[in-house]
Design a protein around this ligand. Structure first.
Ligand code: M6R
Length: 366
């Protein structure tokens, strides 16, 4: 059942090229220049005229929501807010019929996300679900939705659910952008073509597995780890840190790289591994100067870079390469080495990777 892999998590990491193409297949028609998503098509006016989009989710799904915030604002020019479902539901949120709520949940059973949906519906908002499990409670409670088609995710640590959530949300944002006219036909076409190349590029990113294993071996005894990224890759830094925490029990924090100087930089010394996402597009030069700041305080740098990078290679202690793509799609590639890094560290430490202590696959308690 693990298809020759030692753990479900590793199997699911390796399934991502197929999971991503399963998610866009039949929806994205680059030849015709269209994206078909029934749940969006049926409600296109309501969604594209939203005063704002509010995304509610927990954990990894919340990280996918943060990536979506950048994509929706960038492409569709709709204001987006992302909230932990648990916070949203317990305050007195300002929300009305003019808002569209997107609830993201792999399992479709997360209690806090479900409660947030019910509250949003009571206030008259239109609620769109992005779930993986077909027929799940959340998929039934929402007004419309789009499934991620990632296939069953058994490992408690979410992997393919995350990348397929980003895939669905990217398609949705592009579709809305096209409808609203906030994207040119040629850009739209170009993004679809780039999306079609992602599965192949994820495969290339997976090729670094052995190299990542060596890096994991060097840092497995660390007691702390920082993850930094900017822009589209800031949520990926958060996700990388969550992956390491939940399966290896090593304390890790994700930060937007520019926030370092406002506090966390005090933590840096020769004992501190810092994973920096430094891909070419997206504030590259700024990230390079963040790396220099860490280096001068003797932190150890593990950098995720674009294939062929020269500048960061000289500064970093280790580099992990991913193929080049457009900025908004980089999270689909930069996430891969971070998943593998946590996986290998956890295995080396003898942890129960698929079922980490204190955690459940779906959190049905509030
Ligand atoms: O099923 P959901 O997407 O609603 O689950 C949300 C979180 O519980 C989940 O992403 C959790 O954070 C994962 N264990 C992260 O790997």
């Amino acid at each position: 059942e693990k298809g020759g892999f030692e753990h479900f998590m590793l199997k699911e990491i390796y399934e991502q090229p197929d999971a991503i193409s399963d998610t866009y297949r039949g929806r994205m028609l680059p030849d015709k220049g269209i994206i078909r998503m029934a749940g969006v098509d049926d409600n296109i006016e309501r969604i594209s005229n939203a005063r704002r989009i509010l995304i509610v989710a927990c954990g990894t799904s919340w990280h996918a929501g943060l990536v979506a915030e950048y994509i929706f604002e960038d492409f569709a020019r709709i204001p987006v807010e992302v909230e932990y479902a648990s916070e949203f539901r317990y305050r007195n949120p300002v929300i009305s019929e003019n808002d569209v709520v997107i609830a993201i949940s792999q399992s479709g059973e997360t209690a806090d996300t479900m409660a947030a949906i019910k509250l949003a519906k009571e206030k008259g908002a239109f609620v769109f679900g992005v779930c993986n499990v077909v027929g799940s409670s959340i998929s039934r409670e929402t007004h419309a939705g789009a499934y991620t088609h990632a296939g069953p995710e058994i490992g408690v640590a979410s992997t393919k659910a995350f990348t397929t959530q980003i895939t669905v949300l990217t398609l949705m944002a592009l579709k809305l952008a096209k409808h609203k006219g906030t994207i040119s036909t040629s850009d739209f076409q170009f993004y679809l073509q780039e999306m079609e190349r992602i599965p192949e590029k994820v495969k290339l990113a997976l090729n670094s597995d052995e190299h990542i294993q060596k890096v994991a071996d060097i840092y497995k005894e660390a007691t702390n780890c920082l993850y930094l990224g900017r822009g589209y890759n800031f949520p990926v830094a958060l996700e990388g840190a969550l992956k390491l925490k939940e399966i290896s029990y090593i304390h890790a924090e994700g930060y937007p790289a520019a926030e370092m100087k406002h506090g966390p930089i005090a933590l840096i010394d020769e004992q501190m591994p810092v994973v920096v996402i430094a891909t070419k597009k997206g504030h590259y030069e700024k990230v390079v100067s963040n790396i220099q700041e860490i280096k001068s305080r003797k932190g150890k740098i593990i950098a995720v870079v674009t294939d062929g990078d020269i500048e960061v290679r000289e500064l970093a202690d280790h580099i992990i390469e991913v193929p080049e793509t457009i900025e908004s799609l980089t999270p689909l590639l930069t996430t891969i080495p971070l998943q593998l890094l946590s996986y290998h560290i956890a295995v080396m430490l003898g942890k129960n990777v698929d079922q980490p202590r204190n955690l459940a696959k779906s959190v049905t308690v509030e």
